[in-house]
Design a protein around this ligand. Structure first.
Ligand code: ZN
Ligand code: ZN
Ligand code: ZN
Length: 364
């Protein structure tokens, strides 16, 4: 992990007029110091002061884990014992000539810690860390881009095996168990598994159920995992033995929408235009009301992060950004379809990290 990220974080703390940034177990912590800590009732907290070196406070029993992560090579690791008050330790360390004027706390820090800090520092302003770290995390460095390509290839390889899993008579849950094992072959963890067969495919965040696959089912398979700290997220649509009526036409529209949106990606293009590009194709085909979510989300150390590819986001894309392009069409009671690839914004255009065919593949 790089000192560069901590240096950039300190710069962001300074330019935001903050005294310090406080980050608990989260993707932010992994991003800054490489430590994948448990979020729990015992406080683990990275302190990045505007002036001075960053340090990491961990429960004594987690000291070995913190060092094993490599975080100790980047920051001083301090420990607190079972009878100590860790919030009081942090508060004491943050006192200079008086209490700090303003602190940013990690978006995912448990409120029990934030509230205790606020109670101990009643005159200090508290702000969310998200906006402070946004500019760092939103543009990936070359190592992060390489990690996203590698995890993209890993999930491509899982999708290549999906047609063999979707046999009539099997349940979504049985397919998901197989998918979990396949994801773990080249990921460190499974992030999520969606197997939406038949009418279940019409609910974008349906997970899995005991529904039994039958010939003529369309099946939405959206899967992701984490490999070396970076996330994959990829959706393809399959049909068990044959396509249900109307599905081929719907899917052709979706393929055009997804490809149109991907081709529109380039530095300087507002995120909202990528969303509009997908939506126009789907609306022109009469499915506009069936596309019920944003077109995409940033991805990196979190599955969902900035930039969001949504009509309300005018932010221009920039080289180094990574996000999903995943339009969908959902027909309640019948089926759904979504095509999702992760793309990287390059200096002059776009690079896809997922390469499997985007057509409906027959399974069973
Ligand atoms: Zn989602
Ligand atoms: Zn997905
Ligand atoms: Zn996604």
């Amino acid at each position: 992990m790089e000192h560069a990220r901590l240096t950039a974080a300190r710069e962001a703390v300074r330019s935001a007029g903050l005294d310090a940034l406080l980050v608990g177990p989260s993707a932010d912590l992994r991003y800054l110091v490489g430590y994948d800590a448990h979020a729990m009732e015992r406080l683990t907290l990275l302190v990045v002061p505007a002036a001075g070196d960053a340090w990491l406070l961990v429960p004594a029993l987690e000291e070995a884990a913190a060092h094993a992560s490599g975080a100790g090579e980047l920051v001083e690791v301090r420990t607190w014992g079972e009878t100590e008050d860790p919030v009081a330790r942090v508060v004491a360390a943050l006192q200079g000539d008086g209490p700090p004027g303003a602190l940013a706390v990690g978006d995912r820090l448990f409120s029990v810690f934030t509230l205790a800090l606020q109670e101990a520092l009643p005159t200090t302003a508290f702000r969310p860390a998200g906006p402070v770290l946004r500019a760092l995390r939103i543009r990936k460095d070359p190592a992060e881009l390489a990690a996203l390509r590698a995890v993209g290839a890993a999930i491509d390889a899982v999708h290549a095996q999906v047609p063999g899993l979707l046999r009539p008579g099997r349940t979504e849950a049985e397919v998901a168990r197989d998918l979990g094992a396949l994801i773990l072959a080249d990921h460190d963890e499974v992030a999520f598994i969606i197997v939406g067969s038949g009418p279940n495919g019409a609910s974008p965040h349906h997970a899995v159920s005991d529904r039994v696959l039958a010939p003529g089912d369309a099946v939405v398979v959206d899967i992701g995992g984490v490999r070396d700290g970076y996330c994959s997220d990829m959706t393809r649509n399959y049909a068990v033995e044959y396509l249900p009526p109307g599905y081929a036409e719907l899917h052709t529209v979706l393929e055009q929408a997804q490809d149109t949106a991907v081709q529109r990606v380039a530095p300087g293009v507002p995120a909202a235009e990528i969303d509009a590009a997908a939506r126009e194709v789907i609306s022109a085909a009469g499915y506009g009301e069936r596309f019920i979510h944003r077109t995409g989300h940033g991805i990196g150390v979190d599955v969902h992060e900035h930039p969001y590819i949504v009509g309300s986001n005018p932010e221009p894309l920039a080289a180094g950004m990574a996000f999903s392009v995943e339009p969908g069409i959902y027909v309640p009671g019948r089926y759904g379809a979504r095509i999702e690839d992760i793309v990287l914004v390059t200096e002059d255009g776009v690079e896809r990290v997922n390469h499997r065919p985007r057509t409906v593949l027959l399974a069973g």
